[in-house]
Design a protein around this ligand. Sequence first.
Ligand SMILES: Nc1ncnc2c1ncn2[C@@H]1O[C@H](COP(=O)(O)OP(=O)(O)OP(=O)(O)O)[C@@H](O)[C@H]1O
Length: 373
Amino acid sequence: MITTTDLTRVHRARGREVTALNGVDLHVPAGEIFGVIGPSGAGKSSLARCVNLLERPTSGTVTVDGLDLTALAGRGPRAGRELRAARTRIGMVFQHFNLLSSRTVRGNVELPLEHLPGLTRRERARRAMELLDTVGLADRAGDRPARLSGGQKQRVGIARALAGRPKVLLSDEATSALDPETTRSVLRLIRDLNRSLGLTVLLITHEMEVVREVCDSVALMERGRIIESGSLRDLLSRPGTRLARELFPPAAPEPLAAGELLLDLELHGIDPAASPDPVGPDPLAEILRALPGAEIRSAAVDTVAGRRAGRVRLVVPGATHRDGGGIDPDALAARFRGRGVELRVPGTPDGARGTGVPAPAAPAPGAFGEAPR
Ligand SMILES: Nc1ncnc2c1ncn2[C@@H]1O[C@H](COP(=O)(O)OP(=O)(O)OP(=O)(O)O)[C@@H](O)[C@H]1O
């Protein structure tokens, strides 16, 4: 649905050049929620703005729904007629909502409809009310935006973005100004719209939590380039990648008593149909049976892309390392490899591993790089 080819965007300001995008090849399949994550300044917003030609790329092409937008004339507010028409099929939501305070909620949703030919005032009003109903705010149509909460403002922003019946929604940090609960409800709305309207969503975020919650695929951007990408499902089975590490961060370090063995189980996409118990997928139960006395110290198991993923930390009391004749984690790991469970002893890769060795410090949960500007 969205394809960029060798997309480059160079800003020239006060005699200085900044390369915001440096040869970005992106493919977002129709009907997906595709996340783009990366630290501040990585080029995420530039990518979103180039995809709908709010900014014209320095070079490269952008194709949306089979149409090469870069071949159409103009940019930003000076876009030509064809580009303006194409852009009505791409909705956009922003971090700071960008609602007009002088207009009512309904008036804000009607705004893009005023640029569509052939709609009467009455039809505009009816369509705006339908859209407000879709986002659960029909009863607030006559209010000014200032009277709404942040989450409600963003719902209005989404209703406005849907006015032109877009096939694509670009979301640029749409939940970054919202608290976690409101974030989840706005993400649920985006997911519902994606499913009910078949909407393709390009979702820019700096929060891995957002990716984990709602995305089908994700690309990691750094310094204007995409350095990793894949579907969440594939990333689950590629534990070595940075994205997989960020998606499923290791557990925090913890003290161990002498002789205790720490085992981390990484669940990489266990099919829940094969293991109906939400916290006890079959391979885990089997591992516990193989380790008498083992105790679950912590667990973070989630359903990602329809598969169970996450991490379970076990402590096995009185187990010594294989030199001492206790359990052999490598043999155990080999036994479960290929069944969606990776088993490892956290700590250093040398002989010190096993008892009482702390795991490396975990990154702050959900955070990725710096906060947005
Ligand atoms: N209009 C502009 N003029 C000059 N430089 C710009 C302009 N817009 C962006 N840049 C620069 O391009 C780079 C990428 O910026 P961009 O806003 O796309 O990154 P980002 O990943 O969205 O960051 P953030 O998460 O902080 O919004 C940065 O170095 C930024 O300073």
